[in-house]
Design a binder for this molecule. Structure first.
Ligand code: UD2
Length: 322
């Protein structure tokens, strides 16, 4: 059966993607271009990479502007006759936010405030914001539901929660049509293999170099890993819903321990010669993260297509084909 998002048509729509050269932004750009949208991408290349846009650059309906979301004049120039803003640009690393809380706040909080101010001035129809499950922090109640208490631990979690609060505020006070997506642990093609990247990208990099995997802690901590293609579908669906001002969890709805996903990855890649090594638990890490995605299923029509194994296989195929 075709998913609702497979049947969507973005012909005639003009959208902006912030952070378009990043992992999620660039995947979103490719999909929207495929669906007929005119895509305007912005990025300052702080963490984004030009090579992520090699496919988008070939599309006639893609325009790119190099600049910073903290520059209001830059945004005002670009935000002309736009139907949807997909705000993906962010400071994304939990451990790095502990080292650089000010930069994290500047990019994630001042950044969204600028996006909202520019959107308000330019009467933008709709804003979809990439928030994070990190806003829930270590509250032991699982699975995480949208109406639970938010007790972020890391500066990163705090900055995303502030962004959400600004989205709510601008919806209520100025009537902006906003939708917030709380991403759980996203993985997939174009995620960087760097010390500040997501664990699966780091591990795939190690596998390709024939190195052992490293787990911080005893590996019993769990995450709700979700494949990037499902995250893209959630964004498409969110851009179309009529009711605004809402927040949705976007995860698979099945947590898995770090030990289990490491073993699954070694099995899929046929690297049973590699071992799992252990190091001290990372400061600021939450222990368990598990998504209740029923609200997204009911209201957005969001149905994740990839389970862990299917997502990892598709991701590994991309590495092999590259
Ligand atoms: C991820 C996202 C964050 C946010 C959050 C939502 C990244 C980089 N971060 O934070 O933006 O959306 O999810 O819940 O995508 N680990 C190892 N070995 C390694 C690297 C990490 O064991 O080599 C552990 C790490 O200590 C943690 C788990 O893997 O327990 C996940 O870490 P992560 O950095 O991939 O993601 P997380 O949950 O901190």
């Amino acid at each position: 059966m075709k998913k609702k998002s497979d049947l969507m048509d973005f012909q005639g729509k003009k959208v902006v993607i912030t952070g378009v050269a990043g992992f999620i932004g660039s995947n979103l750009a490719d999909k929207l271009l495929e669906l007929g949208a005119e895509v305007i991408g912005i990025d300052n290349f702080l963490t984004g990479r030009k090579e992520n846009l090699s496919k988008a650059f070939k599309a006639p309906k893609f325009k790119f502007y190099s600049g910073d979301i903290r520059d209001l004049d830059f945004l005002l120039d670009i935000f002309q006759d736009i139907d949807v803003i997909f705000h993906q640009a962010a400071f994304t690393s939990v451990p790095q936010s502990i080292k650089m809380p000010d930069s994290c706040n500047d990019i994630n909080v001042n950044g969204i405030l600028n996006i909202l101010n520019a959107s308000r001035k330019r009467d933008i129809e709709k804003i979809v914001f990439a928030s994070s499950a990190a806003i829930y922090g270590d509250d032991p109640n699982l699975p995480k539901k949208e109406d639970m208490r938010c007790l972020p631990i890391s500066p990163y979690g705090v900055s995303k929660l502030a962004g959400e609060a600004y989205m709510q505020s601008y919806h209520h006070v100025y009537g902006l049509k906003t939708t917030t997506l709380r991403y759980f642990n996203v993985f997939g093609p174009r995620q960087k293999d760097s010390p500040y990247s997501g664990v699966i990208a780091i591990w795939l990099g190690k596998i390709v170099r024939n190195e052992d995997l490293l787990i911080f802690g005893d590996g019993t901590q769990s995450r709700d890993f979700i494949y990037v293609k499902d995250i893209i579908n959630a964004n498409l669906l969110a851009s179309e819903i009529k009711n605004s001002g809402d927040v949705f969890n976007i995860g698979l709805g099945f947590p898995i321990s770090l030990n289990a996903i490491a073993e699954l990855l070694l099995k899929i890649t046929n690297k049973n010669n590699l071992k799992i090594q252990y190091a001290e638990q990372r400061i600021g890490d939450i222990l368990h993260s598990y998504c209740d995605n029923n609200k997204a299923k009911e209201i957005l029509g969001f149905i994740p297509k990839y389970n862990h194994e299917e997502g990892l296989k598709d991701y590994f195929k991309y590495f092999v084909d590259k």
